[in-house]
Structures are given as C-alpha cells and as structure tokens.
Design a protein around this ligand. Structure first.
Ligand code: MGD
Ligand code: MGD
Ligand code: MO
Length: 819
C-alpha cells in the first residue's frame, strides 16, 4: 500500500504546564464569533481540577507521546493486567476469575466486549481489556452509606470521573436528599414505592424514558421492555442508538435481518477479511487471534482506518503461551489503507467498480446465478457504478487509484470474503449507506450466506445485540408487539418511542419527567454533555441502576435514586437457587453465564429482581406475575420462548449446548426477508465529506486503550504511545504547521454544529499523529461537549461522533477559572 504510510512520529517529551484552566465549555449562537469567550459554568457538571487527564485520574505527571514499536497484546498486555490486578488488590481473586471468564461450561460471560468465545471450547480466550474490565467490577473498595454521608453531591461533582468510579462498588439503595445535598440510604421497598407512585401518577406513560446500556442480560432486558410496554410506552432508548443503529438499519433493509451473518468459523475460512473502522487491539482484542490465524494461513487481512492502529501490524497471540514465552509475533495485517474520514463508502464503491470492469473481460468474477436469483436492483447498481468516475472515487475516499485497484485485486482473488466494521463506519451521517455499500460489494460475488463469507459488524457491549433481540427497541415491529400482547396478556403501545437523541430533546422541552437508566452513564455517553445535563436536571425523577458511582448519579432529577445491582461475576441467589442469565454475542450465539463470586454487598439485588420490584410497584394490577418470574429465571425464559422467534425450547437449548445456540438467521441461508424476498442493492449518492472551508478539520471521537466507554482506567493510550494525557487532539503535522501550532502546544477547538451554533473546549494539547490531512481525533467522553443536539445522522439518528466539524487555533489568552 505504497500511497499510505504507517510510520508514526518520533518521541516527544514536552515541557509541562499543569496550571488549572478553564473547566467549562460554552455554546455560542450561530452569529457569535467562534473564538472561545467567557465561559458560563454549569455547577457541578465537571471536576474543578487541572484536567490534563481529562475525566481520568488527576495528574501532574509529565505527559509524553512516543512511537509504539511493540506488538499488540502479549507481555505488554500481561504486564498491564498485572498492574491493574495489583492496584485492585485482586491478584489472586482476579486470576481465579480469569480462568472462569468465557469458560464454556462453568464460566460467566466476560462483561466486556461482544466478540464471541472460542467455539472449540478448548482455549481460554483471555484479553487484557476483558481482565481489566472484570477486575474493575470485582474491586474490594466500596462506596457505602458512610461514603455518601461524608461527601455532598456538589462536592462529588467536583471529582473526576475516575475518582467517582474508583470509590468501588455501590452497596445499598440511596436516595437524594435535597435538604442536605447528600445521598442517604433508602430501603428497597421504599425505593420501589417512589418509582411506582411516580410512574402511576404520570399523566401519560410517554413522559418516562427507559434507557438500557448493553450490559443487561437477556432475562433482565425482557422484563424491562415488558414493564415499559405494560405501562404503555415504547420509550426505550439504548446505547445502540449511539453505536450500531446504522448497521442494524442497513442490514435489515438489505438482507432482512439487522445482524451480521458470520460466525467465528466463517472468519476461520475466509481468504480475505476487510476490517473497516475498528481499533481491534484495544476494543475487540480477542479478534487479534482470528486475524493472526488468518495471516498464518495466507489470507489477506486489510485494515481500513483513518489511523494505522496497533492491530494493523503485529500481535503476540494472547492465549498462546509459546508465543508469549518467546515473544514470537504474528502479523495481524497484510495491508493498511488510510481513508479520509467517512471515505469508506467511496472506497467500497471503487472496489465494486473495479469488479465490474474485471467482469467485462471475465464474467465469472460475478456470481451471475446468485445475482439473478437472489438479489434485486443489480442493473441499477451497475449503471450507478458506470456513472461514477474514478477521479470522484479517489477524491472522496482519499485513497489513490493504484491502491483502490490493488484492493479490487484482493477482492477478486478471494473466494470467500468477510467484511467487518465498527464505529468508524456507523457513526457518520452516511453510516447506513456505507453499511449497505458493504453488502452491495459482497453481493456482487455471492459473498453472503455461504461458508467463510459475509457482513460481520463488531458489536460493542457484551449483550448489546441480545438487548435488541429481546425487545429493547423504540421502533418495535407490529409482529413483535402482537405476539407480546398475546402471550403476556397486555395491550402493547403502537406509537414508536423516543431514542437517545430524542430523549435528550424531550427532557429539555419538558416532554419527559422520568428517566430510568438500566446501567450505563447516560450523561457522559450522550452527545452535548451540557445540554444533556440540563435536560436531566429538569426531570422529576431519575433512577440509575448501577454498579459504581458515576456522573449520571450527580447530574440528576429533583428526586433521584441509585439502585445498586449484582454484576455478572457474582452469584445471583433467588428462591429456586442460584440463577444464570443469557447473553448473545456479536455473532448471534446465545449462551448461559453464571456468576460465582460472593456479592459485593448483601444488600445488592439482581437486575431482574430490581426491575420486577419497580414493575410491581408501578403496575399493581399487572397480569404479569413479576415476583414469581424472578424466583426462577427459567420461568422468564419460558415466556421469552413463547414470544421470540428462534427461542423455542430456550431452557433446553442453553442447557444442552454449553457453547450456546445460534439464533436462526434466515439471511445466512440466503433467505432474505425483505419486501422483494431478495437481497437489495442500494443506490446511495456519494456523500459529501470534504468540508468547503479549508480551515475546518473533521474530528473523530474515540476510545483510548485504557478505558471502557465512560469508565477511564488511566490516562494512558499504550498503542498510540500516549502517557498521562487525555485532553489532546491528534492532528496531521502539516495541518498543525498551517495553523502555526507547535507540538504539545495548547489549542482551542471550536465545533460548528449543523445549525451553525458553536461549542468549544480550550487548552487541549495538540499532538502530531499519522492521520490524513484535514482530519483530527480525540477522546470520548471528554469531547462529547463539542456536539450539538442536532448533530445526528438523518439516516440512523446516531450522533455524528466520528465527523465533527472543528477549527483548531492556538490558545492565546489565559482564561480565568471563574470565566
Ligand atoms: N477496551 C474497550 N473495549 C471496548 C470498548 C471500550 O470502550 N474499551 N467499547 C465497546 C463498544 S460499546 C464499542 S461500540 C466498540 C467500539 O470499537 P471501535 O469502533 O474500535 O471504537 P472507537 O474507539 O470509537 O474507534 C473507532 C475506530 O475507527 C477509526 N475511524 C474513525 N473514523 C473512521 C472512518 O471514517 N473510516 C474508517 N475506516 N475508520 C475510522 C478510528 O481511527 C478508530 O480506530 O468497542 C467495544 N469494546
Ligand atoms: N463522543 C462519543 N461518544 C460516545 C461514543 C463515541 O464513540 N464517541 N460511543 C458511544 C457508544 S458506542 C456507546 S455503546 C455508549 C456507551 O454508553 P453507556 O453504555 O451508557 O456507558 P458505559 O460507560 O458503558 O457505562 C458505564 C457504567 O455502567 C454501570 N455498569 C457497569 N456494569 C454494570 C452492570 O453489570 N449492570 C448495571 N446495571 N450497570 C453497570 C457502571 O455504573 C458504569 O459507571 O457511549 C457512546 N458515546
Ligand atoms: Mo457501543
């Protein structure tokens, strides 16, 4: 890939400046100048400390950024795990738990990412971030009633997000006391009563919104959506609304099911794997094993990214002890393509155009039978490709024609192709169109519904896919609602509900008065932190079902509850005995997860039990036997089996198959449940992705290696070579030079929203990095401040987290803390 470069910049240690700086961001109207001006502070929204570490640990250690030359995973990861275990005093317990993690017979499902478990059931598939994640929830530290008695909410709001979570596990239900500004203990029954009476007294159930973070088990999901629908609302926003909504919509329209069609065996059989917009070494580390095995067998592994990430080079296979012992590295890439932000659609279309050109000489490169029998719209797609020039495709993808032709070659030489993607594709305005272009390209050569081939999105949270399967959907189908109503003897509401973006707007407009968060950290994960916080503060009641203290507990409604729950690693004892729950991985395998550890506190309840408690209090005459269901989760699964297609015999399926069972995927069998009964080509126009104003950079917000979404473990980002710094912006060094910005200099970042309003942050460090000209990158959730409420995709309703339009200028003035 000679037109792309994979060399990163040299080491730089830059003088430090740890003076406290402006903690607040501000919004200015469209007409206002874009330079940061005096700030108006939202009290208690953000920590009042020097924020070199962003929302991570407070630090004044020197920051640095060096090239990272080592392979991904392996000993670097092992050492980092050891460090985390030590910090949490969990060395022993952590290591024991690691052996149970993803264990096919007795284990619990890793609460981290949704990458599937090794189906051969022989290896323990471990990853650094899974271990970090598990240890973080197994900590010995506790945030109990004494802690809340010592610290007022206003005081806690000044702490960093790292410090909040680092207080350890929540131990008992707490309610906000406005007189003292403290959270104080409340009994479970009183807590449920508060939720119940508030919900019962709502003039309309649509005044409540029920958020889900993708950690929830299938059983809890089921009860949660049933409660919302019995109450009479489809207001079920979830983290998917910020994550893979685009992929789901695209796949549903193209192939009739909103999921990928591949499993791990397909990854094992593919001759070519294209991976678009995924930082695999940090966010799906167990994928490295599949990639290493693919390159070993001679398959092509092509990473398409605006960056060259660590997984795009080499790895030490994490569970291969020999590799670990000898530092033997394996390639996890055969080629890297650096696209411009949002350039994936043009790149895919170029490969499709090259494929058609090749077909003129050799018609067998197309799967003519498949195209004729199983697809719809091919002729129109062909005309679209013919009408699109190479020049246009080169410009819009940011990839030279020579490289585009090489990619075409790789596609043509591969008999079995998998295309995989994550947020680098889905979080753009045209995320749906790009995911559909992935399907277009696959369809040309019949790369779907046969071994070793197909679309394979990398999902985020460990059960985010299962949540949707089991009913978390603000736009449910009539088919589902009919069946639900019939089996559960309710009248499910038909009006579509609020998603994440619409819930935030509704809060701000007084159209919501209650927010319940089943896990997650809505205030920080959502776009436009200040607007979201303002909305949350207007509510009458906020309820957060959580494991650890986070910002969403401190930015709350007039009344507020924190309801602490068991985690997946802990023993869930109900009257019928210890219970297991099920989860679905990114490849549609559903399996049982059983926690074994002693709960962090005897007061904790399971998520199903908490939901049942709230539901009973809110729905005293409910036809659902809530208490009876949670005594034995088999009973919940029996109800699910009667409603959900593919779950027939659910309890047997999970007990008979230790490795789980696959939810039938009609598209995998080339049974396309679209209106035409065929796989649909799409004819999207090429999106406009290059800003008119040359001063504007396209900014992506992403995760560092040491964080799980809003949970930040440290201020380091190992594979990008960063230490002790989160408030940074990675920029192309030529873009820095154009703007007169030196390495490590403080800059202001002003983001123009689609409505012309401007939000800015100040005193971020500029760090030169290998990112295409015109693009920049920084970390979520700090940068969520920059997004406006209207910065969401018209195709997916997902916030535009990978394409913010920003101007970057050196910070000139010293801003006073009080603004
Ligand atoms: N350790 C850890 N694991 C996680 C998470 C975590 O926070 N920590 N989060 C989980 C969740 S919920 C999710 S959804 C996933 C997220 O997994 P990722 O999608 O890997 O998440 P991001 O950190 O946002 O990284 C986006 C990647 O896309 C690239 N990119 C940005 N814009 C473009 C573009 O226009 N085109 C292309 N081709 N690439 C682009 C970025 O350079 C980066 O490599 O990970 C899950 N796993
Ligand atoms: N700018 C920007 N913003 C983004 C993204 C981005 O790429 N850029 N990515 C988006 C994506 S993909 C996602 S998925 C969202 C994530 O959004 P969320 O899912 O809302 O956020 P998390 O940070 O994963 O939630 C962490 C909290 O969950 C709670 N928790 C942990 N384990 C459990 C459990 O077992 N049960 C319960 N009940 N609670 C638990 C803890 O209290 C912890 O503080 O963020 C989105 N926000
Ligand atoms: Mo996600």
């Amino acid at each position: 890939m000679d037109e792309t470069t994979d060399s990163l910049h040299g080491a730089k240690d830059v003088p430090q400046d740890v003076r406290p700086h402006d903690m607040t961001e501000h919004v200015s109207p469209a007409s206002a100048p874009t330079q940061p001006g005096p700030a108006s502070r939202v009290p208690g929204l953000l920590p009042i400390t020097p924020r070199q570490g962003g929302y991570g640990p407070v630090t004044d250690k020197p920051w640095s950024q060096h090239d990272y030359h080592h392979p991904a995973a392996g000993w670097g990861a092992a050492m980092s795990v050891g460090h985390v275990l030590l910090r949490e005093h969990e060395l022993l317990r952590g290591s024991t738990a690691m052996l149970k993690m993803n264990h096919p017979v007795k284990g619990f499902d890793c609460p981290g990412c949704a990458w599937p478990d090794d189906q051969h059931g022989l290896k323990l598939d471990l990853c650094e971030n899974g271990v970090k994640h598990t240890t973080w929830e197994m900590t010995k530290k506790r945030a109990g009633r004494e802690f809340f008695a010592r610290h007022s909410v206003t005081e806690l709001a000044g702490w960093t997000d790292f410090d909040l979570e680092n207080q350890g596990r929540l131990t008992e239900p707490m309610v906000y006391d406005a007189d003292t500004d403290h959270y104080v203990p409340i009994g479970w029954d009183d807590a449920f009563r508060l939720v119940g009476t508030t919900l019962q007294n709502l003039p309309s159930p649509d005044l409540a919104s029920f958020y889900t973070s993708g950690r929830l088990s299938n059983e809890a999901t089921w009860l949660y959506q049933l409660m919302a629908r019995e109450l009479g609302t489809n207001n079920l926003p979830d983290c998917s609304n910020m994550c893979h909504e685009a992929s789901g919509r695209a796949l549903k329209a193209a192939i009739g099911t909103g999921k990928g069609t591949c499993d791990l065996e397909d990854w094992d059989l593919a001759d070519a794997i294209f991976i678009l917009g995924v930082n695999a070494s940090s966010n799906a580390p167990r994928m490295l094993t599949s990639l290493a095995e693919a390159t070993k067998r001679g398959a092509q592994v092509i990473h398409v990214n605006t960056f060259v990430e660590a997984a795009e080079t080499r790895t030490i296979v994490p569970h291969d002890i020999l590799d670990m012992a000898t530092f033997r590295t394996t390639d996890t890439s055969t080629g890297n393509v650096q696209v411009r932000p949002g350039g994936d659609l043009a790149m895919l279309r170029a490969i499709a155009k090259g494929t058609l050109e090749a077909a003129a000489g050799d018609p067998t490169v197309l799967d003519a039978d498949f195209l004729a029998d199983k697809t719809h719209g091919f002729d129109e797609y062909r005309s679209l490709l013919e009408a699109t020039s190479w020049d246009e495709l080169v410009r819009e993808s940011g990839v030279s024609q020579k490289v585009l032709r090489k990619l075409t070659d790789i596609y043509l030489r591969s008999e079995r192709t998998v295309i995989s993607w994550c947020l680098g594709v889905s979080q753009h305005e045209h995320g749906v169109d790009t995911a559909r272009e992935i399907v277009n390209l696959l369809l040309l050569r019949g790369n779907i519904g046969r071994p070793g081939a197909g679309p394979s999105p990398v999902r985020g949270h460990s059960n985010v896919q299962g949540n949707r399967t089991c009913g978390i959907d603000h736009n449910p189908s009539d088919e589902f609602l009919d069946k639900l109503s019939e089996v559960c003897n309710i009248t499910a509401p038909r009006t579509h509900g609020l998603d994440t973006v619409k819930s935030i707007k509704a809060m701000n407009e007084g159209k919501l008065t209650v927010f319940i968060g089943m896990g997650g950290n809505f205030v920080l994960a959502a776009p436009d932190t200040r607007y979201t916080a303002r909305g949350m503060r207007k509510l009458d009641l906020t309820v957060q079902v959580s494991t650890k203290l986070n910002r969403s507990h401190l930015v709350h409604g007039k009344q507020a509850l924190i309801l602490p729950c068991l985690t997946r690693t802990e023993k869930d004892m109900q009257s019928a005995g210890p219970q297991g729950v099920t989860v679905e991985d990114a490849m549609a395998m559903v399996h049982l997860s059983v926690g074994k550890r002693r709960p962090a506190s005897s007061e904790l309840r399971s998520e199903p039990a908490i939901i049942a408690g709230m539901a009973r209090a809110a729905l005293p005459d409910s036809p659902t036997p809530w208490e009876w269901l949670v005594r034995d989760y088999d009973r919940i699964r029996d109800v699910m089996a009667a409603v959900l297609p593919g779950f027939e015999g659910f309890n047997h399926l999970i007990r008979d198959n230790h490795l789980g069972f696959r939810i039938p995927q009609p598209a995998r069998e080339r049974d396309f449940r679209t209106e035409s009964g065929r796989a649909e080509f799409s004819l999207a126009p090429l999106p406009k992705i290059i800003p008119d104003d040359p001063e504007v950079l396209v900014l992506q917000t992403m995760r560092s290696h040491d964080q799980w979404n809003t949970t930040i473990y440290s201020n380091n980002d190992r594979y990008r070579g960063v230490k002790n710094l989160r408030e940074l912006i990675f920029m192309n060094t030529d873009d820095m030079a154009d703007r007169g910005i030196d390495e490590g200099e403080f800059v202001d970042i002003a983001c123009t929203s689609v409505d012309g309003s401007v939000r800015s942050v100040s005193r971020y460090r500029a760090v030169g990095y290998n990112t295409p000209r015109g693009s920049a990158a920084g970390y979520m959730p700090e940068m969520n401040m920059l997004m406006g409420p209207l910065d969401f995709s018209s195709q997916s309703d997902q916030p535009l987290m990978k394409s913010l339009q920003v101007k970057v200028t050196p910070t000139r003035s010293e801003v006073s803390l009080d603004g």
